[in-house]
Design a protein around this ligand. Structure first.
Ligand SMILES: [Zn+2]
Length: 392
């Protein structure tokens, strides 16, 4: 590609420019089958500062990614773009506005945490669902509740957000947050009384545009705190989703929406009580089933789907005492196969496990008195094997 002059970055002077005209200087095929278009000026933000690249169209051709190399901004397009002095270019507006709401919201949160606790933002990721921000110190739930409230007060106060390139002297005299030790071309994003931070991304014009900031979760992370947060329209979407879920749970449990927590607690308690009852009933049932089986010189084979594992073990133990051979209990069906537990009070099952597994297309093992595993045979084949097989 011929030497290209640096692209004029329109997103620096106007973060709300979504439709513009520019000259298409070049468009070349890229190795992966895409096309890279270069304009004389662009409002497409390339990825940077934790914010992903814009998408949109150039002369109606889809722009799927944007990146910067040596001051030239490349627009990855889904098709070739003809050279043109005055192409209409459009940035996907809704996506960019949401990203700016989140990114500026992140500056508000990070600025307030830095000012109040002295902790730095040491990691920032803007995901599909929310932002993830890592701070260098531990923050309690009440610390974060205070920060969240203060952040939303900054939104209410609608403070201007300004971005500028300070002179070296100005920069040296300014205290600002920065992840990198840059001294040249540092762009500062300033929110009065809240934050000054080195950042290359486009931001909202005033904090009111962020709409709202909601911290969703926090956890300890590498000696500091990782929070998830969401701002603006994304916060509204998030709230809607939560509300839909709360409405669903509320209707299912016949509980008021602000009481669904205790309603779920009651349900889980009830479920725990029922589990204990079922376990006790299973053991009773295992005893009764064992009693109903006649003593035999051969083997015993039962198919049982209702009992839990502990009760099946108990059943196998009891049946082992009723036969000279082996007692097996199988759970499952012919389509998906059977889980088995086999016991014997007379023979060493460990030494017979290979022969048993061969006879029932099984896999498994265990102790001398009990083996367990899985069988791929059908019920009839398993019964036939138990009728015919003699333990050593
Ligand atoms: Zn930033």
């Amino acid at each position: 590609m011929q030497t290209l002059k640096m692209t004029e970055k329109l997103y620096y002077s106007d973060s709300h420019l979504f439709s513009f005209h520019a000259a298409v200087l070049a468009c070349t095929g890229s190795e992966d089958g895409g096309f890279l278009a270069v304009l004389d000026r662009t409002a497409f933000f390339p990825e940077g500062g934790g914010q992903r690249a814009d998408t949109g169209t150039i002369a109606g051709i889809r722009v799927t990614h944007v990146f910067e190399k040596d001051g030239v901004i490349f627009h990855r397009c889904s098709g070739p773009v003809d050279a043109c002095p005055d192409a209409l270019c459009e940035v996907d507006r809704e996506q960019r506005l949401r990203r700016m709401q989140n990114h500026s919201g992140e500056h508000v949160l990070s600025g307030l945490i830095y000012r109040r606790f002295g902790y730095s933002n040491v990691g920032f990721h803007m995901g599909e669902r929310c932002m993830t921000i890592d701070f260098s110190g531990e923050l309690s739930d009440s610390d974060l509740a205070g920060i969240e409230k203060a952040a939303n007060e900054k939104i209410r106060d609608n403070i201007p957000v300004t971005a500028y390139f300070p002179s070296p002297e100005e920069l040296a005299a300014t205290e600002y947050r920065s992840k990198l030790d840059l001294t040249e071309n540092v762009r500062l994003v300033k929110i009065d009384g809240c934050d000054i931070c080195a950042c290359c991304a486009p931001h909202v014009s005033a904090t009111g545009e962020i709409g709202s900031i909601k911290i969703l979760s926090s956890m300890r992370h590498r000696g500091g705190t990782r929070i998830e947060a969401v701002c603006g329209m994304d916060a509204l979407d998030h709230f809607r989703l939560k509300q839909e879920n709360a409405e669903k749970i509320s209707a299912l449990l016949s509980a008021k929406q602000d009481e669904i927590g205790s309603a779920v607690e009651r349900l889980l308690r009830l479920s725990e009580e029922q589990k204990l009852k079922i376990a006790a009933l299973s053991m009773d049932c295992a005893s009764l089933k064992a009693e109903s089986v006649a003593d035999t010189e051969g083997n015993i084979c039962l198919f049982e789907d209702l009992l839990d594992d502990i009760a099946i073990r108990e059943l196998v133990n009891r049946l082992s005492g009723k036969c000279r051979g082996m007692a097996g209990v199988f759970s499952g069906d012919d389509q998906t196969g059977y889980r088995y537990i086999i016991g014997s009070s007379n023979a060493d099952l460990r030494s017979c496990a290979k022969a048993i597994n061969a006879g029932i297309e099984g896999k498994g093992g265990g102790s001398a008195s009990m083996i367990q595993g899985h069988s791929a045979s059908c019920a009839q084949k398993i019964r036939d094997f138990f009728n015919a097989f003699k333990l050593n």
